[in-house]
Design a protein around this ligand. Structure first.
Ligand SMILES: Cc1cc2nc3c(=O)[nH]c(=O)nc-3n(C[C@H](O)[C@H](O)[C@H](O)COP(=O)(O)OP(=O)(O)OC[C@H]3O[C@@H](n4cnc5c(N)ncnc54)[C@H](O)[C@@H]3O)c2cc1C
Length: 470
């Protein structure tokens, strides 16, 4: 707990109602959506301007207090969890869209603006913000930038990075800088996007807007085996078709969505693909026809006949993880990448690993770009359950790397995959990443113990996570 003098100094920056402290607040902010690793903050600050963020960061530096930025807390790798306590700087009140430039197809938003609110603000002008994480109804622009988030439409439109034109950043020493893309200077924006909040706190960002496609066709295809669905994905990509979205859901997810939201599908269904093509109407129709032809032994294929039906198809995909809450009290959603051609063998491996480690697993993921999300469901109060889930996750990540993939497609490293970084990076690679972090964040007060392994002062925390110390 901060004492009276410290609280008075913080309240002088953000106002009396801008600092939260106490047992219930500490509990509410001790993790993000990766709930197996927790650490309580000392206090929460709710700034509403860049200058306030800067003053808070300067105060933390003067007291040697760690600080961690937090958007909506939907991160799935523990990024917003305050590993060493200290101040959580929430962007909840940085929630204004400051400039809408329709002619320039761009918009300036504060970091706490919710992703979906950006598209909503410009929908009447036929524009949208293309990055669409499935958490988009709550996750923030600052969180999306920090994680370089993807989403179902990443396959065609890319992750967050190409849709950010510049940002205002409070450096870890409290200085305020503006970073833009300039062809003739180093691309610092690319360092900040995806840095998981280690290089400073983004307070504003210029976002690139994209025209809403002229035509969208969405089809939901049911298969009686998961292999038929994964082979269909490989066939679509192999045929050179680039759908806007190509998402796979397995039977366990479908059962959860059926229970929660009444989704209907044939009883023999073991997996479903959601395929969306968009763009020029003639091209779009041609692509969807090819998708129908390439589907391997489908038992049903439904083309959305209205915007309402399209939304109901997407509901199955976007609410899938939420619906998993019906299966067990704890969920850990992993995030690995493999070449799409390896999907059939990889999915079989995922089910085998889950069985070996006696943990439930369901799968819904961005199949087109080979971005897996094995979703483990379990009860973390059961002795040994967390350890089994962590070990199963590690086995899956190892296999992703062996197959030429990567540790994360979009959820980041955070604290969850810290110990797995050496699977993918050499000592020299990690040392170089440390230099970049140190150039921005030499005191390591800004979001410590994340992404780069073996940080000073972080060992104890990692032991606790592993359950090796009490
Ligand atoms: C149901 C569900 C579905 C999801 N689907 C997807 C998906 O499809 N694609 C995807 O990529 N992710 C997905 N996610 C993960 C998550 O929603 C994204 O990572 C999202 O971008 C996090 O945003 P947030 O505002 O919740 O950030 P938080 O969780 O609050 O923070 C995430 C990280 O960003 C840092 N951060 C936050 N704000 C700032 C800032 N202003 N400046 C600097 N650093 C900052 C934090 O310190 C932390 O390290 C999903 C999560 C859930 C729960």
């Amino acid at each position: 707990m901060f004492g009276g003098t410290e609280l008075a100094a913080l309240r002088a920056i953000v106002g009396d109602d801008g600092i939260l402290q106490g047992a219930s607040v500490e509990r509410a902010y001790d993790c993000d959506a990766y709930t197996v690793d927790r650490s309580s903050p000392t206090a929460i600050a709710l700034p509403s301007t860049t200058e306030q963020v800067s003053q808070l960061v300067q105060w933390c530096n003067s007291r040697n207090v760690a600080f961690t930025a937090r958007g909506a807390g939907t991160g799935l790798s523990g990024g917003a969890m305050p590993a060493l306590g200290g101040l959580v700087i929430s962007t909840k009140r940085l929630n204004q869209i400051l400039v809408i430039d329709i002619a320039g197809w761009r918009l300036l938003a504060q970091a706490g603006v919710v992703n979906a609110h950006v598209s909503r603000a410009v929908a009447a002008h036929g524009l949208h913000f293309a990055p669409d994480p499935s958490s988009q109804s709550v996750s923030t622009i600052g969180g999306n930038i920090a994680e370089n988030s993807g989403g179902p439409h990443t396959l065609k439109y890319g992750v967050t990075a190409p849709h950010v034109l510049g940002c205002k950043l409070v450096l870890p020493n409290g200085e305020i800088v503006s970073i833009d893309r300039h062809e003739d200077s180093p691309d610092l924006l690319s360092l900040v996007i995806g840095a998981e909040g280690l290089l400073g706190i983004v307070t504003e960002a210029w976002l690139r807007l994209t025209p809403v496609p002229e035509r969208v066709e969405t089809v939901l295809i049911s298969f009686s085996t998961i292999r038929d669905a994964t082979e269909t994905v490989a066939a679509i990509i192999g045929a050179g078709i680039l759908p806007a979205a190509l998402e796979l859901m397995d039977r366990r997810i479908l059962d959860a969505v059926r229970q929660a939201f009444g989704l209907e599908f044939p009883e023999a269904t073991q997996s479903m693909l959601l395929v969306e093509c968009d763009g020029d109407p003639v091209e779009c129709k041609r692509e969807i026809e090819q998708v129908f032809e390439l589907a391997k032994a489908p038992i049903e294929a439904r083309l959305a006949q209205s915007e309402e039906q399209r939304a109901s198809f997407w509901m199955a995909r976007k609410k899938g993880i939420g619906a998993m809450g019906r299966l067990a009290p704890t969920i850990v959603t992993h995030d690995g990448v493999i070449p799409p051609s390896k999907l059939p063998e990889m999915l079989e491996f995922v089910y085998e690993v889950a069985e070996q480690h006696q943990v439930g697993v369901a799968n819904l993921f961005h199949a087109g770009d080979g971005n897996l999300h094995p979703c483990f469901y379990f009860d973390d109060r059961e002795p040994g359950a967390v350890e089994r889930v962590v070990n199963a996750g590690e086995a899956i990540m190892r296999r992703c790397i062996e197959l030429g993939g990567s540790l994360t497609g979009e959820h980041g490293i955070g604290i969850e995959k810290l110990d797995m970084m050496p699977l993918m990076f050499s000592e020299a690679d990690l040392e170089m990443q440390g230099w970049v972090r140190d150039a921005f964040n030499p005191t390591n007060l800004c979001n410590p113990c994340k992404v780069i392994p073996n940080q000073k002062g972080c060992i104890e925390h990692r032991r606790r996570w592993r359950g090796a110390a009490t």
